[in-house]
Structure formats: structure tokens, C-alpha cells
Write a protein of this length. Structure first.
Length: 482
């Protein structure tokens, strides 16, 4: 007898939509059972009327694994059997079939194997879909419910699916069975309780004074200060530019030097050295003179703003101290610079000029007296650039290990060889009518006129030979550090 069967398909779509909406807010649970499992289930199918059979029944067997907290993959096999309907022929039909051999309807059996997937909308509710092939191609989709098994044991699975096969039959299939995990479940992750830290009782601490500002040019719109400067600090006066191939300051350079002057006027205990540098274009002699003129131009401008000239000395280095390559326009622009070096604070004149290779610490002391008229044998007529110096010499600097002095006179260093202890300061004083310098292998002084001095602190034991690079090896000396 034919039945009026429940068709799940029209009702499945809104049901799945509602389930997805409810499951969308369900957060993933990282603590999930990722063991393989067996899924033996009994199956019952409400047969399509077009089959002319009774409802089907059978079994489903699956093996699967949870891949993520919300997703399972399975391999499923399905067996279904549909029993043929009993044919009611009536009296006349029985007589006719007695005369003619009427065929009896056959039972239908289906075997199929395929892949399945479950998407969990909540901890228990999931969407199921599968595709199987065998005697017939089967497709199932619907809802499933997983109950129990929260402690890692067996659970119960129930499914209501829309069932279709290649014969265009549309049916409702129900599965009910067990979820059987295989093997032992991994130990749960140990939850480490945070250690409660009792903060110590804080006592009122002395307020920490703010750090001194850095010894550098200020940013745009900021005033310049020398409060954070110490002896040996060097400020590169970027922006102090000159007219091309001249020592005349530009308008922008004067604006920047106005700030430098204000900072120097606020710190009358500071003495500085203004160092001029050029790039490598042009001859050494020309660049030396140009660097000296530019350093002097900066000093003159600061003096015009009220800074005491005796607090400032100038040294021209020409192209001898590049800080980057001279092979590019950018590098040459960086090498063309004026530096403001702090050489004395409150009378302490210990100045480090970086870099300091091989253990020496260069100390620049620069405020010699004005040069008197050159002696007849002087070399003032030589085309050698001279540093313009302030009119009064400064006191010799103090040093950690003691002081020593070498006098330059009559084209010799006196004494020619001097022995000092590590940490001592040696000062060279030019008492000759000629210009001289003191040149070691790692560093050298600027050009010294009569009355000018230059000092260096020696920290590395050993012999340190030197000479006057202006007059050559015939004028040489040696410092021995014990």
C-alpha cells in the first residue's frame, strides 16, 4: 500500500538557516577530541512514492576524525533495502493473472561508499553532507545531533537527512547510532594559574631630576641650549652655510648662529673651539685656507652678537677630517661643515676629539696670544694657511696622571724625548717664530702660530713618535708612556 510520506526537503532549508544563525555566535573550543572514531548507525528511509516500495531500512557505517574544533571528515558506507509493495489485484485481477503470468515487483537493495563532512554549529548541533557511489549515486544533506561523550567516552549520534539518488528519488533518511572514539585521548592542556604577586609597599622616593637636554642642535622652532654639554662634546652646525667658494655667511646661517650666540651668552663658563672643514675638491692648501677663513667668519659673527672673543678659538682642518665619502655630491655636502667643540667648562679643559685610534685622547687647547712679528728666519712667507687665534693664551689643562710640557723653539722640540705615566697630559707650546704642528700617526694638531699650544692625554703605554709635518722628519720627538 502506498503511503503519504513526510518530505523533509521543503522544511530543511529554513531549519538549516536557523541552525547556522544560532551556531555563528558559538566560539571555537580549542579543547576538542581529535581521535579517530567509528560511527555505526541504523538507517530508516521514507521511500519516494515513485519507487512503489515500502519504506527502506538499512545501516550506515562511518570512520572519521575531528580536524578542527568545528569540522569533521568521514568515510561512510551505506546499505539500504526497500521491500516491494504488495499488489492488490482484486477478484478480476486474480482471474486475469491466473490466465496470464503477471510479474511480481522486486525488492530494491542499494550499496554505496563515499565521503562525508560535518560542520558543527554549536557544541552538539552540526550540518552533515555526503556523496556516495555504488549501485546508485547517493547524496545526503541535513542536520545532526551529537549527545554525550563529553568525558571522552561513547556518544550518541542522530541525523535527519534529505536523501536523493540518481533515479531522481527524493526521500527523508533518519540515522541513529553510536559515536565510538578510538584510542586514548591526549591529556588536557595544563592550565597554569597565574601567581598572584603582592606589590611591595612603596615608600616615597626622591624625585628624579629630569635628564639634561642633549648637546646638539635643536629641532625646528626649539631654542638652543648648552645645559647638557660636557667638555669634549661636538655640535655639527648643520645649516651654517657660506656663499659659494667664499667665507661669507648666508642669511640662514646667521639665523642659526643667533641661536648659538644666545646659548653661549647663557653659559659664560663654557669655552669653545670652532672647527672648519671642507670637502676634497680643490688643492689641500686652498681648502686649508678656506676652512680657516670660514671658522674665523663664524667666530667674528658670534663676537658681533656679544660673545666674548676670548671664549672662542678657531681651527681649520681643510679636507683632512672627512666623516664620509668625498666621491658623491651628498658625501661632499656632509663633509663641508662647521663644528662647535666644547673645550672648557668652569676651567676644566679636558676635551676628547673622536675618533681616537690607538689609545690617544686628543685635547685641543686654543686661546694663544696674538703672534708677534716674525723673526728673520721665520717661515711666515710660505703659502701655508694659518689659524686666526684669540689674543690671550688659556691655562694648560689638568690631566689625571700629571702634566708635562714640550717647548717648540729654534726648529726643535725641547725636550726631544719625554717620559710620562699613563693618563698624563703633554702640552706643546710654540715659542718659535715659525708655524709648526704636532703630527702623530693617528692624529695631529692644527697649525700652531707663536704662542699657541696643543695638548694630548696619553692613556696607552708605549712609545709615541711624532714630528712636525710642515718641516719634516728633521723636526721630530717622542713621548714614552709608562
Amino acid at each position: 500500500m502506498h503511503h503519504l510520506h513526510l518530505r523533509l526537503k521543503p522544511r530543511l532549508i529554513p531549519l538549516l538557516a536557523a541552525a547556522m544563525f544560532c551556531g555563528a555566535a558559538q566560539a571555537d573550543d580549542d579543547d576538542y577530541d581529535d581521535r579517530y572514531y567509528l560511527l555505526p548507525m541504523a538507517s530508516y528511509v521514507l521511500a519516494d512514492d515513485a519507487r512503489h516500495t515500502d519504506d527502506g531500512y538499512g545501516a550506515t557505517l562511518g570512520i572519521g576524525k575531528r580536524i578542527t574544533p568545528r569540522f569533521e571528515l568521514e568515510l561512510r558506507g551505506n546499505y539500504l533495502k526497500y521491500k516491494a509493495d504488495d499488489v492488490e489485484r482484486g477478484p478480476l485481477g486474480e482471474i486475469l493473472c491466473g490466465l496470464v503470468n503477471c510479474p511480481e515487483p522486486d525488492d530494491v537493495e542499494i550499496y554505496a561508499v563515499g565521503a562525508a563532512a560535518n560542520l558543527f554549529l554549536t557544541r552538539n548541533l552540526y550540518l552533515h553532507g555526503d556523496v556516495m557511489g555504488g549501485d546508485s549515486t547517493l547524496m545526503n544533506a541535513g542536520l545532526g545531533l551529537h549527545l554525550g561523550g563529553s568525558d571522552g567516552g561513547w556518544g550518541l549520534r542522530a541525523e535527519a537527512l534529505f536523501h536523493s539518488d540518481e533515479g531522481d528519488y527524493e526521500e527523508t533518511q533518519f540515522n541513529l547510532g553510536l559515536h565510538i572514539p578510538l584510542g586514548s585521548r591526549a591529556a588536557p592542556k595544563e592550565v597554569v594559574e597565574p601567581v598572584q604577586v603582592v606589590p611591595p609597599v612603596e615608600t616615597a622616593a626622591e624625585p628624579v631630576p629630569p635628564p639634561a637636554p642633549p648637546c646638539e642642535l635643536p629641532g625646528p622652532g626649539q631654542p638652543m641650549t648648552l645645559e647638557g654639554c660636557k667638555a669634549g662634546d661636538v655640535i655639527v652646525l648643520r645649516g651654517v652655510n657660506f656663499e659659494f667658494d667664499k667665507s661669507k655667511l648666508t642669511v640662514n646661517a646667521k639665523t642659526l648662529l643667533d641661536m648659538v650666540a644666545d646659548a653661549l651668552l647663557a653659559r659664560t663658563d663654557i669655552k669653545v673651539e670652532i672647527d672648519g672643514h671642507t670637502d676634497a675638491k680643490g688643492s689641500d692648501a686652498y681648502n686649508q685656507k678656506l676652512s680657516e677663513r670660514r671658522a674665523q667668519s663664524v667666530k667674528d659673527y658670534l663676537g658681533s652678537r656679544g660673545v666674548d672673543l676670548t671664549r672662542m678659538a678657531t681651527v681649520g682642518f681643510g679636507e683632512s677630517k672627512p666623516i664620509t665619502t668625498n666621491e658623491t655630491d651628498e658625501g661632499r655636502e656632509i663633509n663641508r661643515r662647521v663644528e662647535l667643540k666644547v673645550v672648557e667648562i668652569n676651567g676644566a679643559a679636558v676635551v676628547t676629539y673622536a675618533p681616537t685610534p690607538e689609545g690617544g685622547t686628543e685635547v685641543q687647547i686654543a686661546e694663544p696670544a696674538p703672534a708677534p712679528a716674525a723673526a728673520p728666519h721665520a717661515h711666515a712667507e710660505e703659502p701655508v694657511p694659518e689659524t686666526v687665534l684669540a689674543p690671550e693664551p688659556p691655562p694648560a689643562p689638568a690631566a689625571a696622571g700629571g702634566n708635562a710640557q714640550v717647548t717648540i723653539g729654534m726648529m726643535v722640540f725641547e725636550p726631544k724625548e719625554i717620559t710620562v705615566t699613563a693618563g698624563s697630559t703633554v702640552t706643546w707650546l710654540n715659542d718659535d717664530g715659525s708655524n709648526h704642528n704636532v703630527a702623530f700617526s693617528d692624529q695631529q694638531s692644527g697649525r700652531l702660530r707663536k704662542g699657541a699650544s696643543w695638548s694630548r692625554v696619553f692613556t696607552t703605554p708605549g712609545e709615541h713618535p711624532y714630528q712636525c709635518s710642515i718641516h719634516g722628519a728633521s723636526m721630530s720627538g717622542k713621548v714614552i708612556v709608562k
